[in-house]
Design a protein around this ligand. Structure first.
Ligand code: ACO
Ligand code: ZN
Length: 180
């Protein structure tokens, strides 16, 4: 079983005082098909962008090393899934490269601000570069999603573009990207 220990991230949160430290340790694992219902539930709970089970299974089949889950006390509390694409760099225009597109990331409300999203993003970006040869990571985020934008900025993503009316409800998206 592939398990990444994330002690490094464990102590970074400023909100830890409210919790029992021993229970805050999280581990990062590759997604398995048996995790599908739990991940779909977390997605429904956390985001308005939802997907069919086929969509999850397809991303997992094609890019298993960048489909990760975080567990606390053995239970999944967050996930992230990506697509590896060939395309043009979002940062240095007109350079054809391999990109890691973060399709979706979410952490359950009860387990936020303990470094889980940072941990899974860092691990997935490392895997995208080392295993799939991606040299850039990018994503779209709602312009109103302050906490997610802060998270990406902290990981050195830069805001490269605004996509007008990107979401079904008409909200704009920022495209954010980082060199791997
Ligand atoms: N307010 C301000 N800054 C925040 C917040 C917040 N509510 N949440 C995270 N941050 C920033 C902080 O700088 C934080 O570092 P700090 O805690 O040391 O101050 C940093 O991000 C890292 O936070 P993590 O603990 O790693 O993030 P977390 O595990 O809480 O997950 C996430 C963040 C994924 C955005 C979570 O809030 C969530 O699931 N939100 C709902 C779903 C969502 O919006 N997903 C992203 C959509 S875009 C996409 O999927 C491509
Ligand atoms: Zn996207």
């Amino acid at each position: 079983m592939l398990v990444y220990q994330n002690d490094v991230f464990k102590f970074q949160s400023s909100n830890l005082k409210a919790f029992n430290l021993a229970e805050q340790k999280f581990t990062i694992h590759e997604f398995k098909l048996q995790d599908l219902n739990r991940v779909m539930d977390i997605n429904l709970e956390c985001l308005p962008e939802n997907y069919s089970s086929y969509f999850y299974k397809n991303l997992h089949r094609k890019y298993p090393k960048t489909f990760l889950v975080a567990k606390v006390n053995g239970q999944i509390q967050g996930y992230m899934m990506c697509r590896i694409e060939r395309g043009f760099s979002k940062i240095r225009k007109f350079s054809p490269i391999k990109l890691c597109h973060v399709v979706s990331i979410a952490v359950r409300k009860s387990h936020r601000r303990m470094g889980i999203a940072t941990g899974i993003l860092k691990q997935a970006m490392t895997n995208a570069a080392d295993i799939y040869g991606a040299t850039e990571c990018y994503l779209e985020v709602r312009i109103s999603n302050f906490s997610a934008i802060k998270l990406y900025e902290k990981l050195d993503f830069e805001n490269v573009k605004r996509n007008r009316g990107y979401y079904l409800d008409g909200e704009d998206a920022f495209v954010m990207a980082v060199t791997l």
